[in-house]
Design a protein. Structure first.
Length: 423
C-alpha cells in the first residue's frame, strides 16, 4: 500500500453540502469541546450563556433546562440543554450554508477551508481519544466495585451501572482499551493520520455501541467521534474498496496540508502546531492531577469501621434494645461521616454518623426525634460489638461480611478449565 501525494479540493464535493458540514462541525466542536481544546474553555461560558438565552426564549419546556446559565451539564452529556443546543446548531448551520452559498458562488477558498476543517477534526478526535485513554490507564474512569456495589442486588443495577462495574472489574481490560485509545495521537501527524483515523473509527464504534446499548449519557459525543472518523476516511473510500474487495494495488490520498513558498510561514505553522499539542497535553495533565488528588482525598475519608455488617439471626431479638428498625439488613461503612443502610429488599439510604475513635462512641442520626448512641469495639474476627452507654451488659454483635475473599477478587486467569466457572 502506497501513499499518493496528490491532494483533493474538498470533501464533500458538493459545495453546498461542504459549507453545511463546515459550519455544523465547527459549531459542534466549539460548543461541545469536551475539554479537548483548552483555549475554547475560555470562551465556553459566553457561548453557552448565549445559547441558553436563545433556548429559554424559543422553548416552553423551561423546567427541563438548567436554572442557572452556567449549570449546563450532568457530568457527562445528553442533557435537555445539549439536545436543544444541537438542534439550534443544526438550524444555524443550514441557514448559514444557504446564505453562504448564494452570497458567494465562486467557492475559491473551499479547498483551504477543507484543509482547516480536516486538521481541526483530526486534533479534536485525537485529543479526545488520548484523554479518555489516559484516564483508563491511570484507572480513573472505571473502578473496582465498591462496598455499596458489592452489596447491591443485581436487579437494582442500571444498564450503565452494570457496564461500569463490568469494565471496572478488570484493570487489564481497561488498560488495553486505554492503550488503544492512545493511538488517537496518530491523528496529530499527517503521515500517520490515515492509520490513526482507522484506529479511531474502531475505538469510537465500540464506545458508541456501549453508550447506546447501555444507556450511557455520552451518546452525542460518541456519535460525533464515529462520524468525524468516517469524515477523515471518506476521501479514500474508493481506494479501500479496491484494496479489500478487488485486490488491487492502490495509492491512498494524503490528508490536505498547509504549505507556503515562504519558509517563515511554514516554520510558524509548525511552531503553532506543537504549541497547541504541548499546551493541550499540559491542560490534560492538570485535569488528571486534580482528579487524582480528589481520589486520594476520597480514600483518606475512609471510615475506620470500613466494611459491610449484618445482624445474625441469633442477635435479631436484641434490635429493640438498640432501637434498630426491623427492616435493616446491612450496615455499610464506607466514608467517615455516613453509614449506608440496606433494607431487606436491597434499598439504600444514607444516614449521618459521628464516630469518636478514642472513646469508641458511635452516634447515628436516624430520625429527627431519634438517635442511636452506642459504644463499639471490634472482636478478633473484625465483627462489631455494640453496647449501650447506660447498660453495658446488653450487647449486639454485627458480623462482618468478608468481601476480600470473593471470586471477583481471588479468581485469576486460568488456562485450563474442564468446566466453565460461571456462577
Amino acid at each position: 500500500m502506497e501513499l499518493n501525494n496528490q491532494s483533493y479540493s474538498h470533501f464533500p464535493n458538493n459545495p453546498f453540502i461542504f459549507k453545511f458540514c463546515f459550519l455544523f462541525i465547527v459549531f459542534f466542536i466549539l460548543i461541545f469541546n469536551n475539554n479537548s481544546f483548552w483555549f475554547l474553555s475560555i470562551i465556553s461560558p459566553f457561548t453557552h450563556a448565549a445559547l441558553i438565552s436563545i433556548i429559554y426564549f424559543i422553548t416552553e419546556n423551561k423546567e427541563a433546562l438548567p436554572q442557572s446559565k452556567y449549570q449546563l451539564t450532568n457530568g457527562s452529556g445528553d442533557t435537555h440543554y445539549a439536545w436543544y443546543a444541537l438542534l439550534l446548531i443544526l438550524i444555524i448551520s443550514i441557514i448559514g450554508a444557504i446564505c453562504w452559498h448564494y452570497l458567494n458562488r465562486k467557492d475559491k477558498n473551499l479547498s483551504l477551508l477543507h484543509r482547516i476543517l480536516t486538521v481541526v477534526i483530526r486534533y479534536y478526535v485525537g485529543f479526545t481519544l488520548f484523554k479518555y485513554g489516559l484516564v483508563k490507564i491511570l484507572g480513573l474512569q472505571f473502578n473496582f466495585p465498591s462496598l455499596l456495589s458489592l452489596t447491591e442486588p443485581l436487579s437494582q443495577f442500571s444498564p450503565m451501572g452494570l457496564a461500569w462495574r463490568f469494565m471496572g472489574f478488570s484493570y487489564g481490560y481497561q488498560l488495553t482499551m486505554g492503550i488503544i485509545e492512545l493511538f488517537g495521537l496518530l491523528l496529530l501527524f499527517k503521515k500517520t493520520s490515515i492509520l490513526g483515523a482507522c484506529i479511531s473509527l474502531m475505538v469510537s464504534v465500540q464506545v458508541f455501541l456501549i453508550n447506546y446499548f447501555f444507556d450511557v449519557p455520552v451518546k452525542m459525543v460518541s456519535t460525533a467521534l464515529v462520524i468525524f472518523s468516517l469524515f477523515l476516511l471518506a476521501p479514500n473510500i474508493k481506494q479501500f474498496y479496491r484494496l479489500f474487495f478487488s485486490n488491487q494495488q492502490v495509492m491512498l490520498i494524503r490528508d490536505p496540508t498547509f504549505h507556503s513558498s515562504k519558509k517563515w510561514v511554514n516554520r510558524t505553522l509548525i511552531a503553532c502546531k506543537y504549541l497547541i499539542i504541548l499546551s493541550c497535553f499540559g491542560f490534560f495533565g492538570f485535569i488528571l492531577q486534580r482528579n487524582i488528588n480528589s481520589l486520594k482525598t476520597l480514600n483518606k475519608d475512609r471510615s475506620s469501621l470500613y466494611g459491610a455488617y449484618f445482624i445474625p439471626n441469633e442477635e435479631y431479638s436484641k434490635r429493640k434494645h438498640f432501637n434498630i428498625p426491623a427492616d435493616w439488613d446491612l450496615l455499610v461503612f464506607q466514608q467517615k461521616n455516613h453509614v449506608f443502610i440496606r433494607d431487606q429488599v436491597g434499598s439504600l439510604k444514607a444516614l449521618t454518623i459521628d464516630l469518636d475513635t478514642i472513646k469508641k462512641d458511635l452516634y447515628l442520626s436516624m430520625l429527627k426525634e431519634n438517635m442511636l448512641q452506642v459504644h463499639y469495639q471490634k472482636d478478633k474476627d473484625g465483627n462489631l460489638i455494640f453496647t449501650l452507654p447506660q447498660n453495658d451488659t446488653i450487647t449486639l454483635r454485627l458480623n462482618k461480611i468478608n468481601l476480600d475473599d470473593i471470586d471477583l477478587k481471588t479468581r485469576g486467569f486460568n488456562w485450563i478449565q474442564n468446566f466453565p466457572y460461571n456462577k
